[in-house]
Design a protein around this ligand. Sequence first.
Ligand code: PRX
Length: 628
Amino acid sequence: MNQAQYRDLYKFSISQPDTFWAEQAEKFISWHTRWQTVRQGDFTTNDMTWFAGGKLNACYNCLDRHLGKRKDQTAIIWQGDEPDTEKHLTYGDLHKEVCRFANVLKDLGVKKGDRVCIYLPMIPEAGIVMLACARIGAIHSVVFAGFSPDSLKTRILDADVKIVITADEGLRGGKTIPIKHNVDKALESCPDVKTVVVVKRTGKTVPFDAKRDKWYHELMSKANADCMPEVMDADDPLFILYTSGSTGKPKGVLHTTGGYLVYAAITFKYVFDYQDGDIYWCTADVGWVTGHTYNIYGPLANGATIVLYEGTPSYPDFSRFWQIIDKYKVTIFYTAPTAIRALRREGDKWVTATNRDSLKLLGTVGEPINPNVCEWYYDVVGNKRCEVVDTWWQTETGGILITPLPGATPFKPGSASWPLFGIVPAVVDDKGNEVEPDKAGRLVIKQPWPGLMKTIYKDHQRFVNNYFKDVPGCYLTGDGARCDKDGYYWIAGRNDDVIKISGHRIGTEEVESAFTSHPAVSQAAVVGVADEIKGQHIYAYINTKAGVEHTDKLKQELVQHVRDVIGPIATPEVIQWTKDLPKTRSGKIMRRILRKIACGEDESLGDTSTLANPGVVEELIAEHEKTK
Ligand code: PRX
């Protein structure tokens, strides 16, 4: 697509959205029954239905309809943690495996609308199980296998899950992850889970509850490979995915079948310009939304060949990503800034030791990428030959909203650039008024699109309050941004109490609750501080109970405690002891001040005289000097 074509199609998509979306839905998706209305509801009713009356099955769209042409085409190239482990599944193989597991689920009593929790490492079974759920109309809730038993438990309970699909162990960077053990621990508090299906990954002997646990391979060996896909309403849920917000526990973002799938399919095609013969690799774990939309649903709906990788960028050495690209002749590569920064730090030699000639396009997602890092990605990884698409989106948005398009968008490194079709962003001030070009403000989206989440599972009011209350008539993203005179969006990152550590989204309140669940802690306040590699890290102000001694050993214990409660992704980097926290007269913690102190920006603290306890500021600054 060239720039003029982008501009024309964009104009059409926002001036006649219903016609545009109907055309896309027709072109990208096979419907069992055509819809009656393209969209019902908007950002004032906050109850949007896409393609009402339409019927389809997401799994059918990702597999069955391709069988005629692509039965023998590779669907998934799986590369294990060890370079010599791999598997290739054709569309025909994948279809069979998915149908078998769909029958297994049915035999285990899983019905349309039931929730299935998937807690698996990056192995082909993760995709197989997701698609099997979609095939029978069960709603999957994938939980990232790096989350702790406690985080898993919360998600299982919130979604009223009765069955968990897991593995004996995970394998990443040469280290094992005790996945089954985590499930056993989580299930101590989930009495309603009566069945656990365990994939044998490493073969390690793990505790096995003969009544509750079943081996995946045993069930599969007896299962039939014929399974009719369930005919789903476009508005039926496809999956729930938990993500962190500013406050409270993680929310179950619910995506529906029709709207989500249309959006996943079209954005994959336009953004990555996938052509037959391309080999596409997205490094995201299926536990995150990128793994859902751009590892499974988007690519497979387009009949693509994908690489799924189990391991890390640095194992056995820092060349691993580039070696995989050479090995499988990857043409499109999509990863996160944190990985790019970490690999860049190790020096160019790890990259230049490989040739990467197959590459055509590079993508990034998950957090802002600094212009110089983006340039390195373009110059060194892509040999100045491959365009870079810096794609901005969120769990809630279902797919990419703002991104350059290959061939259409002149490169401005560090900018997510222009809106995709049907997306109308704006930058507004605190009152909700649009600001001038180049002025920073809050990023909102003014028009509905089919990929947007339907609701928060079991909490529609939270959905309304979170996203539509502050700026009426718009979807509030929670990100700060500015739009330059050329219409390019520059995303600054979250402007709420959500932090992004290595691209992973964590609410400060979740980390604070983890701290205060430790017996030594009285109060905790957590802020995000800029980090050269991780993007942000956790800086915690901890106020202990009377008589508790402030030792390094206690610091280590607290760090371990937070890792145990949430998972290693929430590991705090710095703990600062504090006697008190800066509060307003109404008792609210002033995070702005804590953030500035943690970042060493005390000259710009602003007026602190209105605090209920202004004296605390100097103490905090002095302690920060000692801590850093
Ligand atoms: O702050 C933005 C950041 O990631 C947030 C969404 O996180 P999550 O729901 O975990 O989804 C991540 C993958 C889609 C956003 O609110 N973010 C995502 N992509 C970018 C980004 N920030 C800047 N540039 C991006 N390209």
